[in-house]
Design a protein around this ligand. Structure first.
Ligand SMILES: Cc1cc2nc3c(=O)[nH]c(=O)nc-3n(C[C@H](O)[C@H](O)[C@H](O)COP(=O)(O)O)c2cc1C
Length: 200
């Protein structure tokens, strides 16, 4: 039986709506799966390496040929991937920053997409290896993106759906706390988002 993995990426701590929503999703999942362990990874609290040359070279080096320096460089990626492999449900908190992912969440993505480990090249195509998992996205934004004129400008959700699909995760459901910065919706946005999770 796999864990529930909760990825947190907000810089807003206790004021965070994506953490609030993600926690509510985790609570619902725990009610249905009381025996599952919950593992929390706060990616905003880590100093990630960017995809610099040495790291990219290490990603592309067969494991038997890795130097000890390369092995050390790959530690964060190995740990992050192991967390994904050990989970069968993953809740990802996604604060919308400048219409996209916060940088630490993008760095987390850059540490789980690994050729030969989470995605293989086979018969002329890519085959994701993290199959059989369910993902819930908990997206928080001041504007409204699930419908209306801003809908095309949430680049976080389509990107995450695509890149998670690339590593084999296609069963993805989105919940949102949105409109928290708009005068017409700010009073109801949080409650509406939290209530929507009861559908789980
Ligand atoms: C740096 C920054 C950029 C933001 N960019 C957007 C944006 O592009 N669209 C939007 O609707 N809200 C934007 N917001 C508002 C956040 O999406 C909102 O505060 C949301 O609740 C963030 O999630 P969190 O509460 O989990 O941190 C931005 C906030 C910050 C701090």
């Amino acid at each position: 039986m796999g864990n529930i993995l909760h990825i947190i990426s907000s810089a807003r701590g206790d004021a965070s709506n994506s953490i609030l929503l993600g926690n509510r999703i985790v609570e619902r999942l725990q009610q249905r799966n009381p025996d599952k362990e919950v593992v929390v990874n706060n990616v905003a609290g880590q100093s990630w390496q960017w995809l610099h040359k040495e790291l990219v070279d290490a990603y592309r080096t067969p494991s038997a040929a890795l130097t000890s320096e390369q092995q050390a460089l790959l530690e964060a990626s190995d740990t992050t991937i192991a967390q994904m492999q050990e989970a069968d449900i993953i809740v990802i908190g996604v604060p919308l920053y400048n219409f996209n992912l916060p940088a630490p969440l993008k760095a987390w993505v850059d540490h789980i997409v690994r050729p030969g480990k989470t995605v293989n090249y086979q018969d002329g195509g890519f085959v994701g290896q993290l199959t059989g998992k369910k993902v819930y996205l908990a997206i928080a934004s001041n504007g409204i993106y699930s419908e209306g004129p801003m809908r095309p400008y949430d680049f976080a959700e389509p990107y995450l759906r695509y890149v998670l699909g690339f590593v084999g995760i296609t069963d993805i459901t989105t919940y949102r706390i949105e409109g928290a910065g708009l005068s017409a919706t700010k009073e109801t946005a949080v409650e509406k988002g939290l209530t929507s999770v009861e559908a789980i």
